[in-house]
Design a binder for this molecule. Structure first.
Ligand code: PAF
Length: 283
């Protein structure tokens, strides 16, 4: 595995790989690598001859009151983990080489980015779209793998790729879960052991929705009220939002119809940590 820090050098390597007709798959991360990231690498490896993993904690997707400075950056550990995974290039740029002095351009996402995470974290998706575009331009991938755990981010990136005619296949990877169902995330490291075990209720909420819908309860507002109650009656947890949305538009849906697929989105505060999760629900 070769470690590259310079965007120009990474871009030159990526160009050469393309000229040599190599299929390039990329996994974009902010580091603090875990099982979830490794599962993305495995999926990338299935379709690509060359796998590039990027680590960059993107300051432009953090709001002024968010956790940019305390975001975990265990670089040595990440390098060791990346080495043990099947990765060809690890791209770890410095913030100053991605956003040099006099940097000006930010992409503006549309309506998909307005609700839920977009509403709770103003400017977040514009920062994501900007850095993803830059990292795509640097690594020139044929495919890029993103976790379904960040369902709205995935939808925003699919829209970005379609809107800007990027010739990149976006692949969704299933959410990896801890034993109690909690979705694996770099932010789980902030949780106390009590919070971590209590947070298993989020996944139980998704399972509850599946069961209620299987039992033909199509009043989605009633189901979300039940899930909010499950979460808020768990000590230390507070729901930020629980909502069923249209799988493509992310418009909220109140009543389900038979034979459709919906996405149940959840965001939960555990102490001062925000956890997000979601489930694909078929009626
Ligand atoms: O999902 C993430 O880790 C980040 O939002 C991403 C896609 C790497 C962009 O910084």
């Amino acid at each position: 595995m070769q470690i590259i820090t310079d965007p120009g050098q990474m871009q030159a390597i990526a160009e050469k790989l393309r000229l040599n007709r190599q299929l390039v798959g990329v996994v974009l991360t902010m580091g603090a690598l875990h099982e979830g990231h490794l599962s993305l690498v495995k999926i990338a490896r299935k379709s690509a001859g060359i796998v590039i993993l990027t680590i960059f904690v993107n300051p432009r997707q953090f709001g002024p009151t968010e956790d940019l400075h305390r975001y975990p950056r265990p670089l040595e550990q990440d390098i060791a983990l990346a080495k043990s995974a099947d990765i060809d290039y690890l791209f770890v740029p410095e913030a100053g080489s991605i956003y040099p002095e006099h940097y000006q351009t930010t992409l503006e996402c549309g309506v998909l980015a307005e609700r839920f995470e977009g509403e709770q974290r103003p400017g977040h998706f514009n920062g994501v779209a900007t850095v993803v575009t830059k990292l795509f331009n640097i690594t020139k991938p044929h495919t890029a793998i993103f976790g379904e755990k960040d369902a709205q981010q995935l939808a925003v990136i699919r829209q970005l790729v379609a809107d800007l005619n990027m010739d990149i296949t976006i692949v969704a990877a299933p959410t990896v879960r801890e034993e109690n169902g909690l979705a694996v995330s770099s932010r789980n490291t902030y949780l106390s052991s009590q919070e971590r075990s209590a947070a298993g209720i989020i996944y139980q909420g998704i399972c509850h929705a599946e069961k209620r819908i299987a039992a033909q309860e199509y009043n989605l507002q009633a189901i979300t009220a039940e899930i909010k109650e499950m979460i808020s009656s768990t000590p230390g947890l507070n729901p930020a939002y629980v909502c069923f949305v249209n799988e493509t538009t992310f418009e909220p849906v109140e009543t389900a119809e038979k034979g459709k697929v919906y996405r149940l989105l959840l965001a939960v505060h555990a102490g001062n940590v925000r956890l997000i999760d979601n489930g694909k629900i078929r009626t």
